[in-house]
Design a binder for this molecule. Structure first.
Ligand SMILES: NC(=O)c1ccc[n+]([C@@H]2O[C@H](COP(=O)([O-])OP(=O)(O)OC[C@H]3O[C@@H](n4cnc5c(N)ncnc54)[C@H](O)[C@@H]3O)[C@@H](O)[C@H]2O)c1
Length: 352
């Protein structure tokens, strides 16, 4: 396999079950991790309650771990870490006992902005856990909101300390790192889960409630095009699109179809005009086995360096069904039966 970003185009042919060094397989492994623990993903203490927490100003009817507030250490306070700060601070079931952040400026800013306890910000997780132990403070879990290359070290430190982990996607940045995390979770018997928020969005929930209305699903076509200039780790990493973005769409595929990946083939490449070092474009063919629909074939074409006509973050989806077509376009779900006009589906209310 050639190096990312330097071409020529790369072909992956990956039967799931045989480990490969491809980052595409990393995504498959990430599914597998979730697939083995479906109940714990939604309801697993201590994070299930947190995932079901209301938005700021909302109310929450569930109560932590049997009435006990869940004590969390969050690693990474900037970027997406800020979204988690708002989520946890709005929760009636979880609160922070410490933070880990390597950028002092980010730490100072967030402590001031969210009135956090600045005495409990550390530079590493072991340092934070030692300090909390000295103070006799209980820790119930660790949130990892750092760039993907740190997920392995931090996940393993937490699991070895006997703590469950809720990590931002992707599971890790390489297949070896992903395997090590899974092995450590299995060895310690502690929950390790990957946050996959796209499946809980209203368009995806509406689509899921609609699928099945037109009989079996035979094929899926997904298109995703955006051109964000993030700076930071995404512009430096080997496969930014597949590892940091497409993982959301693969998780949606698995969730929407109640399916696991069987095999995939595809190309990833980096257009000449790309501002990423690694491959920012991909086109894949996937075969999935759905518990609801049987075999489903999917095509996936995506770019993170598109110059226009962007899709939503969810992408645009077309489901070829036994009795018609179901589309998700611009985050709106439409159903069309043969000989009829497309029918817009009302968004379903969300759970909280
Ligand atoms: N689910 C989503 O929709 C979503 C959206 C954005 C990002 N993410 C994920 O969140 C993770 C973080 O992405 P981001 O955009 O917030 O990155 P970022 O670079 O903007 O922020 C990362 C933060 O972690 C800190 N950090 C870096 N290395 C650290 C270390 N070793 N120890 C402690 N702190 C460290 C940085 O100083 C920074 O404050 C990634 O895995 C990314 O894929 C998920």
């Amino acid at each position: 396999m050639s190096k990312p970003g330097v071409g020529p185009n790369q072909l992956f042919v990956l039967p799931v079950g045989a480990f490969s060094h491809s980052p595409l397989f990393l995504s498959a492994l990430s599914y597998a991790t979730l697939a083995r623990r479906p109940k714990r993903v939604v309801g697993g203490a201590p994070f299930g309650a947190l995932l079901l927490s209301p938005p700021p100003g909302g109310t929450c009817k569930r109560h932590g771990l049997g009435g006990h507030m869940v004590n969390l250490v969050q690693i990474g306070m900037g970027g997406m870490g800020e979204t988690w700060l708002k989520t946890v601070l709005a929760s009636s079931e979880a609160h922070y006992c410490a933070f880990v952040e390597v950028n002092d400026e980010v730490a100072r800013t967030q402590v001031a902005k969210y009135k956090l306890d600045g005495d409990h910000v550390y530079r590493t997780l072991p340092e934070a856990l030692r300090a909390l132990a000295c103070e006799g403070k209980q820790v119930d879990g660790v949130l990892i909101i750092t760039p993907p290359r740190f997920h392995k070290e931090q996940s393993i430190q937490a699991l070895e300390a006997g703590l469950p982990v809720l990590s931002e996607k992707p599971l890790a940045d390489t297949i070896e790192a992903a395997r090590d995390i899974v092995e450590m979770a299995e060895r310690t018997g502690k929950l390790h889960m990957v946050a996959q928020n796209y499946r809980y969005s209203q368009p995806v929930q509406t689509l899921r409630a609609t699928l099945g209305e037109l009989g079996k699903v035979g094929a899926v076509c997904v298109q995703f095009f955006k051109g964000p200039h993030f700076g930071g780790f995404r512009e430096e990493m080997p496969y930014p699109l597949i590892v940091d973005m497409s993982i959301h769409h693969f998780d949606m595929m698995r969730y929407l179809l109640d399916a696991d990946l069987v095999s995939l083939k595809g190309y990833s490449w980096n257009p000449e005009w790309s501002w990423y070092k690694g491959d920012a474009s991909a086109t894949l063919g996937l075969r999935l086995e759905s518990r609801q629909f049987g075999p489903v074939y999917a095509s996936y074409t995506a770019s993170w360096c598109s110059r226009g006509s962007e899709t939503p973050w969810n992408g645009n989806w077309r489901f070829e069904c036994e009795n018609g077509v179901i589309n998700l376009v611009d985050d709106m779900v439409r159903v069309q039966e043969p000989g009829t006009e497309p029918r817009l589906i009302e968004p379903v209310p969300l759970a909280h």
